[in-house]
Design a protein around this ligand. Structure first.
Ligand code: SF4
Ligand code: SF4
Length: 301
């Protein structure tokens, strides 16, 4: 995709062309989306190989795994287990603390865009959804993204009152992760149902409104070190808003803040909102190179 030539490339571009970027001097390179997809595939290939041919690099599933022997446990799964059983084995504490430290460094919802296997399906569903909206076959529906915190509390309350990990029954991330590692199950029909809801009803509905795993990493995201940085090359074209399914986090790109930024001499700002998944789609499409990754602790490194 050549973002420097025309903004039409965003609405008229094919899905596959978003895996390439054209640089200012006309060279083709892999887009951040392409690199992200490679990371997701590589992570899950390691899960697959651990069970299929006993390659012991990354064993288990996304809910609980061992990377080179180190325990890693999903934070929301740990909360559920503790509330359901009032018990937290030491391996679970170590695995959860390790994961928290990793995501405090690389960005909370980096999990959603760089690790979660459902994220890739959801991006494909998003493209179908956008096509249906542009052809006026369905209409765009927006809900309050904060509803995910209500679901987050409900699933934890259900674990506490029932003693079961109720969310895990409908957890598309866990279902897909187990499918990749261990093989088919009828639960995949539920993943397909969620996918179809996203295509025909609401864009990225699972990730934006429901997933308590993403909501938990989003809480870490508010204080994590890796962020998206905006600079005043921005001409407020709003193309980044089009591609971002959590575009409330891009509020700082709006023109209405220019006046007060000029008064204060501000030329750069970081996105602080933990809902940003650090997917890099906004960087891929910004023709003004006004967005980039930044690491807030770089002075310490
Ligand atoms: S950051 Fe880039 S894509 Fe977003 S509004 Fe500014 S110029 Fe447009
Ligand atoms: S702001 Fe950019 S990096 Fe963050 S979720 Fe939106 S498109 Fe992805």
């Amino acid at each position: 995709m050549d973002k420097y030539k025309t903004r039409n490339t965003i609405s008229k571009t094919s899905f596959w062309s978003t895996f390439w970027d054209t640089t200012k001097d006309g060279k083709k390179k892999l887009s951040i989306r392409a690199k992200r997809w490679m990371v997701v595939v590589a992570v899950h290939l390691l899960f697959f190989l651990s069970f299929a041919v006993d390659v012991q690099v990354l064993e288990g599933t996304l809910m609980g795994s061992r990377f080179l022997g180190f325990h890693l446990i999903d934070v929301f799964a740990t909360l559920e287990v503790y509330l359901a059983t009032y018990h937290m084995p030491i391996n679970m504490v170590i695995g959860t603390v390790s994961i928290v430290l990793v995501y405090l460094i690389i960005g909370g919802r980096t999990y959603c865009s760089w690790i979660c296997p459902y994220g890739l399906f959801s991006e494909i569903g998003e493209k179908f959804h956008d096509i249906l909206v542009s052809k006026k076959i369905i209409k765009e529906r927006e809900f309050d993204h904060r509803v995910k915190y209500i679901f987050w509390a409900i699933f934890l309350a259900l674990a506490f009152t029932s003693g079961y990990l109720v969310f895990e029954v409908i957890n598309v991330v866990g279902i897909l992760s187990r499918f990749i590692a261990y093989g088919w199950s009828v639960a995949l029909a539920w993943v397909l149902a969620v996918f179809l809801v996203e295509v025909f009803f609401a864009r990225r509905a699972w990730c934006k409104y429901l997933c308590p795993i993403g909501a938990t990493y989003g809480i870490l995201g508010w204080v994590s070190a890796t962020r998206i940085e905006w600079n005043d090359n921005c001409d407020h074209c709003m193309v980044c808003h089009d591609v971002c399914f959590e575009n409330h986090v891009l509020e700082i790109t709006k023109k209405k803040y220019d006046e007060q930024r000029k008064e204060k001499g501000i030329k750069k700002e970081v996105i602080l909102n933990g809902d940003c998944t650090l997917c890099g789609r906004c960087i891929d499409v910004c023709h003004a190179d006004a967005l980039s990754y930044t690491f807030r602790l770089k002075s310490l490194v």
